[in-house]
Design a protein around this ligand. Structure first.
Ligand code: SF4
Ligand code: SF4
Length: 319
């Protein structure tokens, strides 16, 4: 992996340097090597000489697409590196009119599957880490759209396509997508609970939530200009993190992304309290699939989200 990572990092830096030097873009979102071997956090560069800061490896996990919201009112063209899951965030932002497609240069990268830093036992010595659950369940390991690519990755909207490009063998060997069939397993387990058990389960989650809003802040679908949870005028919810207010936040967040969630799994990954946020997202995805037919959000920009369109034969028994 080390050689492949070094090659991809080189390719990334060369392309970013050219784009900035030619003036084709004003800035580039990518990843950089952090202070530990298992950290590869986001970076934003604006000068060709900063291109050496870019790095790509199996810890470049952050979905960077939500960061483009900082440029939603700008005419500047910005480049962004995207893995398969991230690329669906671009479609989300374009469909939500938060981003002009012509103002973003999307660069697709092949994904080897991201390591779970929660499994790190030695902070000084690099070790093999298991994949994040979201990578095991991944159905879109290749970018669904891109203007440029590196590492020979294939751009495709085909669900469950095999990983492609320079990291394809590594991705397959590490099990990327090998648990796609388990995507709804947690939802099914919760649905099997009695109403009292289910209530107790979610009550326990709501008691854990500290309302840090990390889940909201990383999410490309949570893109309102002013979130009701930040407003001090409407008093929709107490600022104190009580279980009742947390439940209101959690349900509102989930309903807000219903039919729009691109399943990048970032909300759950960044939650410091290990709340199973994807279970809520997937419950709504499963229900929408059942009611309106199969739909993967953030794949085809021309396809309207099921709750953003109206058809005469839409089911209406819930109305
Ligand atoms: S990231 Fe977790 S703890 Fe923070 S607000 Fe979201 S659910 Fe609550
Ligand atoms: S709700 Fe979670 S999984 Fe869905 S788009 Fe937002 S961060 Fe990604």
């Amino acid at each position: 992996m080390r050689e492949i990572n070094a090659k991809l990092t080189q390719e990334m830096g060369d392309l970013a340097r050219d784009l900035l030097a030619s003036g084709e873009v004003k800035g580039v979102f990518g990843w950089t090597k952090g202070s530990r071997w298992y950290l590869t956090p986001p970076v934003f560069i604006t000068k060709p000489e900063e291109a050496d800061q870019l790095c790509y490896d199996e810890f470049a996990v952050n979905n960077l697409t939500g960061l483009l919201l900082d440029f939603r009112d700008s005419q500047d063209k910005i480049a962004i590196f995207v893995k398969g899951c991230d690329s669906r965030g671009i479609v989300r932002l374009v469909q939500d009119n938060q981003l002009k497609r012509e103002n973003v240069l999307v660069i697709g990268v092949p994904c080897p599957g991201m390591g779970d830093k929660g499994a790190v036992t030695d902070h000084r010595q690099a070790q093999e880490l298991p994949l994040l659950a979201k990578c095991l369940e991944c159905r879109y390991p290749n970018p669904v759209l891109a203007d440029r690519t590196i590492g020979g990755v294939t751009v495709t909207t085909e669900p469950s396509a095999a990983p492609s490009g320079a990291t394809a063998e590594a991705a397959k060997g590490r099990g990327v997508g090998s648990k796609q069939a388990d995507r709804f397993a947690q939802v099914e387990a919760i649905e099997k609970m009695s109403p009292d058990e289910r209530s107790a389960f979610w009550q326990a989650q709501n008691e854990k939530c500290i309302r840090c809003y990390a889940c909201r802040n990383i999410c490309p679908a949570c893109n309102c200009r002013e979130c009701i949870f930040d407003s001090d005028k409407k008093n929709w919810v107490n600022k104190a993190a009580t279980p009742t207010d947390n439940a209101f936040f959690g349900i509102t967040r989930a309903m807000h992304v219903a039919g729009r969630c691109v399943e990048c799994g970032e909300c759950e990954r960044v939650c410091p309290m290990d709340i199973p946020i994807m279970a809520m997202n997937r419950k709504l995805i499963g229900d929408l699939n059942e009611l309106f037919g199969p739909y993967d959000a953030g794949v085809k920009p021309e396809e309207k989200p099921p709750l953003g369109a109206f058809k005469l034969d839409d089911p209406e028994e819930f109305m």
